[in-house]
Design a protein around this ligand. Structure first.
Ligand SMILES: [Cu+2]
Length: 122
């Protein structure tokens, strides 16, 4: 095969390999489904900011956590509602999809649950 073909195949494979990561941020969906609302949450020296987020029942949310400080116990985020733990590498946004089917509260917190915040579903 010609060199150009190999480059194309290489590029296609790279896209294919990266697709789960890309899908986190750009899910393929039909144009009638509203895009999830992005809610940015920063982990800084004061904790999770904001520490309270209001969403509507059934609303598609994408929480994007970014840790911006070295000294914090929140080097990961735990969301028990989703049964999920995600590492939070410094300055790297980490997206978590969330759809709350019932009204109530959903906690997001550090692994020891000493700092965190609440998603209020209404
Ligand atoms: Cu903690």
């Amino acid at each position: 095969m010609r060199k150009k073909t190999w480059y194309t195949l290489g590029a296609a494979y790279t896209l294919f390999a990266a697709s789960p990561a890309l899908a986190q941020f750009h899910p393929i969906q039909d144009p009638w489904t509203p895009r999830p609302r992005i809610v940015k949450v920063t982990v800084d020296s004061s904790g999770f900011v904001p520490s309270e987020i209001h969403v509507k029942k059934g609303e598609n949310i994408r929480l994007v956590f970014t840790r911006t400080v070295d000294h914090t116990c929140a080097t990961a985020v735990v969301i028990r509602y989703l049964g999920l733990v995600r590492e939070l590498p410094k300055d790297e946004p980490v997206a978590v999809a969330l759809k709350a089917e019932e009204s109530g509260t959903i906690r997001y917190a550090c692994p020891k649950d000493s700092i965190g915040g609440t998603v209020v579903v209404e």
